[in-house]
Design a protein around this ligand. Structure first.
Ligand SMILES: Nc1ncnc2c1ncn2[C@@H]1O[C@H](COP(=O)(O)OP(=O)(O)OP(=O)(O)O)[C@@H](O)[C@H]1O
Length: 426
């Protein structure tokens, strides 16, 4: 997709100047909150929705004017509709029979897929006698049986219960990899994205905020929003001011407390030129740990307000007097008009291409006009707890003082617009 946009009804910008290259055989997951444009992207690839602007290529051929049939795509929706009067086997065979394939050969292919999808015992049953999960497996079998060029799936697991979701997720992953079909899979479930994808494109307000492998997106997120979208508990986003002391030592001033960065920290050089700048510091819940007894290297402290039991661990809520931000509200405001031209174009190349350096370059230029700081009790900024993970056998008790050690190498530092201050490599 090259600079693709979609405007519904002349004014509703659903997809905003998106460029994305998906490699042959790649499993690409489009991930993002409700309404961010994932389904619209999928429908444009399928040919079910016209592009308002930009170009769509399949292989090296412009495809925006091709009919859905000529694109060689197969589609599976949230609940795949089946022919009610045909058995599971006949449903799966149907596309092959329509294409003129012999019944015996079609039946063999259906049986092969049924094995992969673990629905062999159901092959001779009608859809109404199948469970939701079995019906969805049949729908997937029917979609993939003709070996489409592109396999498109729109939240195919969302109507299933948790156990069934996990099972079918694994089977979809195995099947798609076996068949090596290029796949675009839409979900708002981070676990599905992390477990299934070769690469994830994270969308927000019709744009792609980040594209990369699950590990890249999780460990090295391009924006605060992306950092907040992946991971449970959600990342802590702390509001800080950069302080540069003698010999260019950099500290992050959280107001109530200060955290020095080691001189070896690769962000120190960039930050040392920006004394007084506002930044957002992202710390995942396992990047901050309670300091061991007698450890005098603790870097932050607070009051343990609550402990939540999660079986294999506790989640601790610690009051540190630090301003905490909500990742959903960090970053550019949603676009309300189809003004597509001034936005910088970021091309998300297939597999290992470069992608986000344009974002990183503009950081401090843009941070000269930080967004207005909102009152402490707004949904964006609030004095709230640091959330961190604590081992199951902890002796911590609520109400007590707690000292914390921070792995500064695992902190992500963003400008006030939520863009990373250091270069993100893809
Ligand atoms: N046919 C349509 N006419 C007008 N607006 C539409 C139409 N289809 C989608 N939209 C709007 O476009 C935006 C993107 O919708 P889309 O369905 O692509 O989002 P999504 O990320 O798939 O959301 P969800 O996860 O809730 O399915 C939404 O604001 C939606 O209301």
């Amino acid at each position: 997709m090259e600079s693709v946009s979609k405007v519904y009804g002349g004014h509703h910008l659903a997809v905003d100047n998106v460029s994305l290259e998906i490699a042959d055989g790649e499993f690409m997951v489009l991930l993002g909150p409700s309404g961010c444009g994932k389904t619209t992207m999928l429908r444009m690839i399928a040919g079910l929705e016209e592009l308002t602007g930009g170009e769509l290529w399949l292989d090296r051929t412009p495809a925006a004017d091709l009919t859905p049939k000529d694109r060689g795509v197969a589609f599976v929706f949230q609940s795949g509709a089946l022919y009610p009067n045909r058995t599971a086997r006949e449903n799966i065979m149907f596309p092959l029979r329509m294409a003129g394939e012999e019944p015996a050969a079609a039946s063999t292919k259906a049986a092969g897929l049924a094995k992969i999808l673990r629905i062999v015992p159901t092959l001779d049953r009608l859809p109404r006698t199948l469970s939701g999960g079995q019906r969805q497996r049949v729908a997937i079998g029917r979609a993939i049986v003709r070996q489409p060029r592109i396999f498109l799936m729109d939240e195919p697991l969302s109507n299933l219960d948790a156990t069934m979701r996990t099972e079918l997720r694994q089977e979809i992953g195995a099947m798609v990899r076996d068949l090596k079909v290029t796949t675009v899979y839409v979900t708002h479930d981070q676990v599905e994205a992390l477990t299934l994808a070769d690469r994830i494109a994270i969308m927000r307000d019709g744009r792609i905020e980040d594209v990369g492998t699950p590990a890249q997106i999780y460990n090295d997120p391009a924006t605060a929003f992306v950092a907040g979208f992946l991971g449970t508990p959600r990342i802590n986003l702390l509001s800080a001011t950069v302080r540069v002391t003698a010999r260019h030592r950099v500290s992050l001033d959280f107001g109530a407390q200060t955290l020095p960065l080691p001189p070896t920290d690769r962000r120190s050089l960039i930050l040392s030129r920006h004394d007084g700048a506002r930044v957002i510091v992202g710390a995942r819940s396992d990047a901050i740990t309670p300091a061991a007894d007698g450890d005098d290297t603790d870097q932050l402290s607070g009051t343990l307000r609550a402990l939540e039991f999660h079986g294999n661990q506790w989640i601790a809520f610690i009051h540190c007097g630090i301003e905490v931000l909500n990742p959903d509200f960090v970053g550019p405001a949603p676009t309300t008009s189809p003004s597509l031209v001034e936005r910088p174009r970021i091309r998300h190349a297939a597999a290992h291409g470069s992608a986000l350096s344009t974002m990183a370059k503009s950081v401090f230029r843009r941070s000269t006009t930080p967004p207005a700081v909102e009152p402490d009790d707004s949904p964006t900024h609030r004095r709230a707890d640091l959330v961190l993970e604590v081992a199951a056998d902890t002796s911590l008790t609520t109400g007590g003082k707690i000292h914390l050690t921070v792995d500064t190498s695992r902190l992500h530092i963003f400008d006030p617009h939520g863009q990373r201050i250091d270069r993100v490599t893809r």
